[in-house]
Design a protein around this ligand. Sequence first.
Ligand SMILES: [Fe+2]
Length: 388
Amino acid sequence: MTMVEEHTTLFWQHLVQEDWEKRSRSFDSIPSSLCRLDAQAIFRLLTWCSEHMAASEVRSYLHRADRTVWQLCTKPEPDVLPMRADGSLANYHDRMRRAIPREDGYSIFVNEVIRYDPQAWRSVRDFVRGLVQHIGLPTRGFDSGVGLGQYDFTPFGLHVDPGRSAFVLPIVGHKHFRIWPADYVKQHPELVRSHGNYGPLVKDSLMLEAGPGGLLYWPSDAWHIAEGANDGEFTVMVAIGALLGTGRMLATVPCDVDNLQQSARNMPEGFAATMEGTHIMKRGATADQVWLAFLSGLGLRHPISMRQDALPDERLQAQPRSPILWRPLPDRQFAIAVNGHCTVETGDWIPESLDQINTGASFEVPELAQKLVEWLWACRALENARPA
Ligand SMILES: [Fe+2]
C-alpha cells in the first residue's frame, strides 16, 4: 500500500468508526486523493450541461432579498448554467450577478452531472471506494450532483433526505450547513421547512463549515439546511449521497473493493428482492447482470459514459482500477461487467481471457475476442499500452 492509499484508508476507517450514521461532522482537510474535482473540472461538467439541457437535470431558484424563494423552473434556459464563453466559474458568477437584481441571490442544482464526464465519474468512484471498503455497497447506490450559487438558505428550508447519508465537497467558497438531529426536530416540528429565525432553538443546532479541500458529512436522519455566509459568498459544491434506502430492506451489501471478482461470485442473499422496483433493477436484465454492473460501478447510479471512437490498431492494456468482472450463466454464457456496464458473451475462453487482461499486461486484440474487446474499449476499461 502506498502512503497516499494508507492515508486514505485511515481517513475512512476513522470516519466510519466515529461518525458514520451517528453524527454530523466537518473536516477542514481530507486526503487530496479523495477530491480530484476542482473548479475547472466543475466548469467543464456544467458547460456540457448547458450545451445539452435536454439531457441534464437542472433546478434553478431565484432568492428574493425578503427571503422568499422563486423557483424559476425545472427546465430553465441554458444560460443559467456556466457557458463556454464564460471561460471560468468566476466569470459565470459575474455574469449572473449582472443579470439578477443586486439584493437577490440564486441557487442551482444539477443532478448526476458525472454521467457524461468520465474523469468526474472516476473521481466520484474513487471517492466512494474507501467508504465501500468499510461499509459495503449502499443498496440504492450513490447519487452525485453539483450545487452552486449565492444564496442565504437552501430554497426549500430545513429538511431531511431519508435514507441518504450525505457528503459535501466544497469546490469554491465555504459551505455552511446547519444541522439538527432527528429526535430534536420531532420535538420541535416548527423547525420543518424553516429558514432563519429559529429563535432559541438555534443554540441546539450544529453548524458545519468547510472550504475547498475539506468535507462535510451528516447521517441519513439529520435535518439540514445550507446557509450562506454573511458576505454572500459564491459557492460551488459537489454533493454525494450514499443511498441506504428506508424500511426493512438491506441497507448495504458486502463488497470487497480489493477483490471485486471475489464479490462478483457471491451475489448477496436477498439482493434481487431488495433491488426489485428500483432504478437499479433495469427492465429485462437478470439479477446476475444487475449485481455485476452495480458492483463494477461501485454503486454509482449511472455507468461511465461510453466512448464512440474506434478501437485503435495497437497494443492495449487494462485501465488500472477498472477491473473487468464476470459471472458464469447457463449455456457457456458469461455476464461481463466493467465501470457500471454489463454485457453477455458466449465462450469457454472468456474467464481466462479476462483474467489475462486484468493482470494489466499489454495485449494484442485476439481475433476471437474482437467484439468483446471493442465493447471493453467503449466502456473505457482499456487504454493504449504504454511503451515497455
Ligand atoms: Fe438535502
